[in-house]
Design a protein around this ligand. Structure first.
Ligand code: NAP
Length: 262
């Protein structure tokens, strides 16, 4: 078991990526504290984990609320003694996607930038304070391919993802000398997730393509000729969270299956 006895906190654990990563971390022996803005979906994931023989507790925590994140981490360290892994998978809808930048108002442009950077900064900083005391831990981020490649009609989403990747590197530069790694995952759109079904569905309709045709078009840009899966992302997350990845920090894993050059 790669994560035996590791204590992990997941933000946005009721979502597609947070839930898949929670199940994978639990299979590898992690003791999990799952959080989300709404309790019900997080509780559902925790129930699944426990039913499968894993360890998970659910809590309602808004990742944008400094006090709530801090209080939750205090309760985790009181109960479990440490925080070894902090995995942030929060995602906010982008209702203004498909609006060209020249027509986008500044509030809508700024929303993903301020939301993602705040959530990632707060959760990382508050976890790091606990991890530094033990000179050990891993902070993990999730971004998307518009961080690195010109992508039309994603509003402030691309700049937000680029900022989170920069934060990942800069946190690593400060924390890794003291034993705390900071790594990111950059998946491509995974069609099995509700978020991608909804957003790519909109792009497909606007391009006059069916959902299947649109997926085929995206898959044709990868080296494998297919899009990646949540299970594949979760496997990489397990490895990156584990001590086997001790040689990796200040970097973002490119999970685009070749569609995006490093
Ligand atoms: N899905 C993909 O294929 C894919 C690919 C590349 C990158 N990503 C990125 O990965 C992230 C997660 O994607 P996903 O598909 O897992 O999205 P998702 O299914 O929508 O999950 C996101 C979760 O974050 C929660 N959340 C939002 N704001 C929060 C807050 N302030 N505090 C706590 N929890 C909050 C959401 O809760 P509510 O439901 O209550 O809003 C939801 O449970 C996003 O940043 C997305 O851009 C996803």
């Amino acid at each position: 078991m790669l994560l035996k006895d590791k204590v992990g906190v997941i933000y946005g654990a009721g979502g597609a990526i947070g839930g898949a990563v929670a199940r994978a971390f639990a299979r590898e022996g992690a003791r999990l504290f799952l959080t989300g803005r709404d309790l019900a979906p997080v509780e559902a994931v925790a129930k699944d984990v426990v039913a499968a023989g894993g360890s998970a507790e659910a809590a309602e925590v808004d990742a944008l609320d400094e006090q709530a994140v801090d209080q939750h981490l205090r309760s985790v360290t009181d109960e479990a003694g440490s925080v070894d892994i902090s995995f942030n998978a929060v995602g906010i809808p982008n209702p203004r996607a498909r609006v060209p930048l020249v027509e986008l108002d500044v509030e809508q442009f700024s929303l993903p930038i301020t939301t993602y950077t705040r959530a990632y900064f707060l959760t990382a900083r508050l976890a790091a304070r606990r991890m530094l005391a033990n000179r050990s831990g891993v902070i993990m981020t999730v971004t998307a391919t518009p961080s690195r490649t010109g992508t039309p009609l994603v509003g402030g989403g691309g700049p937000a993802m680029a900022a989170v990747e920069a934060l990942t590197r800069n946190l690593s530069a400060e924390l890794a000398p003291q034993g705390v790694r900071v790594v990111g995952l950059r998946p491509q759109g995974m069609p099995e997730t509700a978020r991608i079904k909804e957003s790519f569905g909109r792009y497909a309709r606007a391009s006059g393509l069916t959902w299947e045709q649109f997926q085929e078009q995206l898959a044709s840009r990868t080296h494998t000729g297919r899009l990646s899966t949540l299970a594949e992302l979760a496997n990489v997350a397990v490895f990156m969270a584990s001590d086997r990845a001790s040689g990796m920090t200040g970097t973002v894993v490119n999970l685009s299956m070749g569609s995006l050059d490093d």
